[in-house]
Design a protein around this ligand. Structure first.
Ligand code: BV8
Length: 241
């Protein structure tokens, strides 16, 4: 795969690179993206309803089971060449920030050191009443979802649901990283979900070159904006080759 020579030159000259990833980066690890029709037993459910406080209030058991199914997929998944290329880019760049919307922890498993998780992590569980992280709970209990060992409220995945605020520090760090970079890469995201979707614009307005790498974009290279129709698992390794 050929990388646009103008982009190669920009990367070579860049002191600071910020990357935003979405579900498309994990798609090549076998994890369905949000916009893919839900597969199998979840085909009839709208992820934006399941991933919401109302959805959890309405049917905590269903939502807990949806996350248990996704957690299983994540545990069986392996980081793909796109994740590994971002580890190499982090090693190479004087200043590098990886911001992810993904909740699968695959960037950390690939070896990325500094990952800003805007939407939390499906591998962590919190008390739905106190918000405290819970590392273990009584798995023999009948209750689904399990109950908090401290207060008895339902446990929930440590992710940001639609309609919930993002972790303030993570969002501020992401905003700062967008504002101070020379090159901003948006990879494998439909750019629908706010406030993450605003980060490329923040970078552009601060003077950065912005490259969007996605499967549902038209190829169009008008520096300082590049739209690249490519698979993240092919394009990112070619970038760091
Ligand atoms: C907030 C964790 C302030 C959970 C996620 C009305 C009421 C309330 C809020 C709103 C409202 N209207 C709008 C909002 C704001 C809302 C929002 O943006 N809604 C959207 C749907 C319009 N945002 C929020 O609610 C956020 N909070 O704003 O708080 C507030 C509070 C109250 C009231 C108002 C405002 C919270 C958003 C966080 C939601 N949680 N995840 C979970 O995972 O279960 S978001 C979820 O979507 C995932 O994190 C996912 O990553 C993310 C975004 O999707 P993408 O990553 O882009 O994935 P997607 O499937 O969309 O696209 C994949 C892309 O990859 C595709 O383009 C595909 O072509 C491409 N692709 C596929 N394969 C490849 C590839 N590209 C390259 N290579 C490949 N191989």
């Amino acid at each position: 795969m050929q990388i646009n020579p103008q982009l190669v030159t920009i990367l070579q000259r860049a002191q600071s690179v910020t990357v935003l990833t979405g579900a498309g980066v994990s798609a090549e690890s076998g994890i369905p993206t949000f916009r893919d029709a839900q597969t199998g037993m979840w085909a009839n459910f709208n992820p934006e309803e399941l991933a919401s406080p109302d959805g959890f209030r309405r049917n905590p058991k269903l939502v807990w089971e949806w996350y248990a199914w996704r957690r299983e997929l994540v545990q069986q998944a392996q980081p793909n060449p796109g994740h590994l290329a971002l580890v190499e880019l982090e090693r190479r760049m004087p200043t590098f920030t990886l911001i992810t919307q993904n909740v699968d922890g695959l960037h950390q498993r690939a070896g990325s050191q500094k990952v800003i998780e805007l939407h939390g992590n499906i591998g962590r569980v919190t008390c739905s009443a106190e918000g405290t992280q819970i590392d273990s709970w009584d798995t023999t209990a009948e209750s689904v979802p399990p109950r908090c060992p401290h207060c008895g409220a339902y446990l929930r995945p440590d992710v940001v649901w639609f309609g919930e605020m993002l972790p303030r520090q993570a969002l501020q760090a992401a905003w700062d990283a967008a504002e101070m970079c020379d090159l901003f890469l948006s990879v494998g995201t439909s750019g629908v979900v706010e406030p993450a979707a605003s980060l490329p614009r923040v970078a552009r307005q601060a003077g950065a070159t912005v490259a969007v790498i996605n499967l549902d974009v038209q190829e169009q290279n008008q520096p300082p904006i590049f739209s690249i129709h490519a698979r993240s698992g092919e394009w990112l390794p070619a970038l760091v080759r």
